[in-house]
Write a protein that binds this ligand. Sequence first.
Ligand code: ZN
Length: 315
Amino acid sequence: MGKGKCSSILAGVFSVIFILGSLVLPNVLPGAKAATGQAAKEQAGAVSADSVEEAGRNMQEMEVHFLDVGQADCILVSCGGHSMLVDAGNNQDGEMITAYLKEQGITELDYVIATHPHADHIGGLDTVIENFGIKTLFMPQKVHTTATFEDVIAAIENHDLSITAPKPGDTYPLGSSSFTILSPVKEDYGEELNNWSVGIKLVHGSNSIVMCGDAEEEAEEDICLSGLDISADVLKLGHHGSRTSTGELFLKTVDPKYAIISCGRGNDYGHPHKETLKKLSEAGIFVFRTDEQGTIILESDGKSLQFNAEPGTRE
Ligand SMILES: [Zn+2]
């Protein structure tokens, strides 16, 4: 079978899965609408001090783990017994990620986001699919022709999973936290796979975290122009701290206090690039790096944020 035929069949399979996905799953889960209603009430000042205090008492702790998967991304979010995985490292990381999730007591993932089809984001995803139930799986509507991508599609088919298309502005609940889809904003980014990245803003009480896979400056600017609120306390830098991401406008608009860089020690790309680190230091942003601090764990009680490591950067 020629390669062209193989990929066109794959594209066909993928679009069937996608159509099934959009039939099976609503774009917004019921809880998300409730959250919007609550937010609207708060803006109108209709929520009493008592109910704010009540919400504070019921706030479940949220943890975000930026796993040290070398030159790759893998982020686990858990809150009130619910969990989400954003990306799954390289191919060889699948077993380690599985073991890590099991150590956390996770048997099922409420959400999995495969930000984009590059191997350093979906490599271990087939192993994750083999080991955990997944309720909602987000992937951008972009196929790729690598064996890694085909392995993921095969695992999705074997487990009868459907794919939910990410729609900017849609909000989903995760325990006491919620996340809003930020990207991809445009329907087509051609062969620029990084720009197809599914981006989210995760909100827990007054704390928020933005992470947009490997989205580069062009896609970041689309996010800025989308009208969504992307200001956040923490920014997981795009594309492992490459100079092609974290553009001036995007960084200024997110305006984070903390930056997380997921990259491998001595990687071939020179990530994070010096220009990016300079921008962060000029803006007074504290930097955490998986190549220096290993797995970074952030804890939120809805008001304050705590990290398992001291920020810092090696020259
Ligand atoms: Zn990447």
